[in-house]
Design a protein around this ligand. Structure first.
Ligand SMILES: [Zn+2]
Length: 208
């Protein structure tokens, strides 16, 4: 991929031979292979040399978010040991190639965003506007998952569930909407939509 080759040509990358097991207890990559792979002759991942600096952005919902990527996660993987391009690089290059200028997604990805902005900066790519909406979680704050006992959507009662989600997004559906069609409920929500009313929080617990 051209983006990866350009970073390599600029000397901003290094090869890393650390195994998943070696890094098991590390939240942040400790920089083991910055000079050269610590284990010669094995398949390597390619990492970006991340310099310590504060990456700051203004999220349209969550407000100002700041992270020192080097301190939080260390040198980012660009290409995995199995030669697959890593998620962070792929998402940044794809967004730029597709001309994505607004990213709206779950707040569980908020702490990934500084890595993506760091990559956009070193690659000279435009930075989209970000908006991270709260995600629905279990009462214990874990994400909803089909593999768990998570609440199921009842497809026979789409309207009440839609109105409940509108409320979670900061809208105040009037009582009369409870008897409206789905189309009318959407029309109402679109006309009332105001991103400033979306709660500035990472998650909303689902009860019941
Ligand atoms: Zn390493």
């Amino acid at each position: 991929m051209a983006a990866l080759r350009s970073l390599q040509a600029r000397g901003l990358t290094f090869e890393c031979s650390c195994s998943r097991l070696q890094l098991e207890d590390e939240i942040r990559y400790p920089g083991t292979c910055r000079l050269h792979p610590s284990v010669p002759g094995v398949a390597t991942a390619t990492r970006l040399r991340v310099e310590p600096r504060s990456t700051l952005f203004s999220d349209r919902i969550q407000g100002t978010y700041r992270q020192d990527v080097a301190g939080a996660v260390g040198d980012i993987i660009l290409k995995r040991r199995d030669q697959v391009v890593a998620y962070q690089l792929a998402v940044v290059v794809d967004d730029a190639a597709l001309g994505v200028n607004h990213v709206v997604r779950g707040a569980d990805l908020l702490d990934n965003t500084p890595r993506q902005i760091y990559l956009q900066t070193v690659l000279g790519l435009p930075q989209p506007v970000y908006a991270h909406v709260p995600v629905l979680t279990e009462p214990d704050d874990t994400k909803l998952a089909k593999s768990r006992r998570s609440v199921r959507l009842d497809t026979d009662s789409a309207l009440p569930q839609l109105l409940a989600v509108f409320s979670l997004l900061g809208l105040k559906p009037p009582d009369c909407l409870a008897a409206a069609s789905l189309g009318a409920a959407w029309d109402w929500a679109i006309s009332e939509w105001d991103i400033k009313r979306v709660p500035k929080r990472l998650n909303v617990r689902v009860t019941g």
